[in-house]
Design a protein around this ligand. Structure first.
Ligand SMILES: [Zn+2]
Length: 444
């Protein structure tokens, strides 16, 4: 009897030892196993996590931004922009609403950047679904394949920054009903149910760009256009203020010239190429221009191109076309002309020179901010009238009949008025810059 009990105890001990060993081996294997994404919630029979937990942000909302330098403050690096004198009032960003039309390779990254910067509200428009074929780009994850892009984006962004309000519209803005809703969101989409601050177009087709253009001309809404070429090695961003700068219908789209044979593009059965690099560069330019516009710092660019093969970034400024096909554009142009005609002449003497230079508080290397207000180098014009390295997507429309009908004397008078105006502006900027820096350019 006693022997039986001893045998049994020994067997139990052996068995438990083998079990422990087996458990140890399997957990080791699990740690080394490749990551297995959870099944898609819509395709899985049972969901791995309850839906409520999925959308619960990892932190509480923050009432007031603080510049306190602690590891737990998500805004310390952004608020440092204020301390370093780049931005006057960073917290202003929390009151701003930006609509992003198209949340693909560029738009999703734009939405993420704005979310991380603490924008007040984002309104996202797209009608596409996430596909495995999108995984060469940033932002979306393979386990989101099959989900609508706007919903997948919202699910990610609420975790990144729960302070940002995110509104999504899973539809195509170019259909009549949706276009009306789109206009309504431009008018009433802000945090105070009023006009939003900016529209960013990150779409990949002409029709959607024309729809955004039409809506923004109608609503007198400032917006920015962006695009990446079909061969993935160039892109651009463009700032459009109705009446002041060329709208999307004023002139043919300005694109970055490349020496690539166009016949290799758009062949049947060949899809457009895309690279996460080009898309991230364009998204970065777009959000940088957005931050400068929303927070009033630096110079908002009217057009920046990117030629990835040469690492060349041409800049340009395009005036509106008085005979634009869009009637609202022409109306905005008239309004703008009236507005500037009635504006008193103001000479801006620039920043207060008595202001102390702001340096980083832990400036142990003595790093100083370089004065970048020096004049830009003279622009090199190409034969097409736009900066070197740029071209219109197709031939620009001919001049307006009125312009063509000008007599040589009228044309000369116009030119003279224009050059006098330019001289006055130059002189004003002379005084602004202390009257020294610009001399060789102003009168050269
Ligand atoms: Zn126009």
């Amino acid at each position: 009897m006693k022997e039986d009990v001893e045998n049994l105890t020994r067997q139990i001990d052996e068995l438990s030892a083998r079990l422990r060993e087996a458990i140890g081996r399997s957990s080791e294997q699990m740690n080394n196993a490749p990551y297995q994404p959870k099944a898609h919630p819509k395709l899985a029979t049972t969901s791995a996590a309850p839906p409520a937990a999925k959308n619960t942000p990892y932190r509480q909302k923050i009432e007031k931004l603080s510049g306190e330098v602690v590891d737990s403050n998500p805004y310390s690096r952004l608020m440092a922009l204020q301390r370093m004198g780049i931005v006057k009032d960073y917290e202003k960003i929390r009151k701003k609403t930006v609509a992003v039309v198209g949340v693909g390779g560029v738009g999703s990254v734009v939405a993420e950047m704005l979310t991380r910067c603490g924008i007040g509200k984002l309104i996202l428009f797209d009608y596409d679904k996430v596909e495995i074929a999108n995984m060469n780009r940033l932002f979306y994850q393979p386990n989101q394949a099959g989900l609508s892009k706007v919903e997948a984006a919202r699910d990610t962004l609420v975790h990144v920054n729960p302070d940002v309000q995110i509104e999504v519209h899973n539809f195509n803005i170019t259909t009549m009903d949706n276009f009306i809703t789109f206009i309504d969101r431009l008018r009433h989409g802000s945090l105070s149910n009023s006009k939003i601050d900016l529209v960013l177009s990150c779409v990949d087709n002409f029709e959607a760009r024309m729809a955004v253009n039409m809506a923004c001309n109608e609503e007198n809404q400032i917006w920015m256009e962006s695009g990446v070429s079909e061969n993935a090695v160039s892109g651009h961003i463009q700032f459009i203020e109705p009446g002041k700068t060329a709208c999307f219908a004023c002139v043919p789209p300005l694109v970055v010239a490349s020496n690539i044979d166009e016949r290799t593009l758009k062949r049947e059965g060949v899809c457009a190429a895309s690279l996460p690099t080009t898309m991230a560069v364009v998204a970065g330019f777009l959000v940088m221009n957005t931050l400068k516009f929303l927070l009033n710092f630096g110079e908002v660019s009217h057009y920046v191109g990117y030629n990835a093969l040469l690492d060349f970034f041409p800049r340009e400024s395009i005036k509106p076309n008085p005979s634009c096909d869009d009637d609202h554009c022409k109306l905005r142009q008239r309004e703008y002309q009236e507005r500037i005609a009635n504006e008193p002449v103001e000479i801006d003497f620039g920043p207060d020179l008595d202001e102390p230079e702001v340096l980083h508080e832990e400036n142990e290397w003595g790093i100083e901010l370089v004065d970048e207000s020096a004049p830009a180098p003279p622009k090199v014009e190409s034969s097409s009238g736009v900066a070197q390295g740029l071209k219109f997507a197709y031939d620009p429309v001919s001049k307006t009949p009125e312009e063509e009908d000008l007599s040589p004397a009228q044309a000369a008078a116009n030119d003279l008025m224009q050059s006098i105006k330019e001289k006055l502006v130059e002189e004003a900027s002379q005084q602004k810059n202390g009257g020294k820096k610009n001399l060789d350019h102003a009168f050269g």
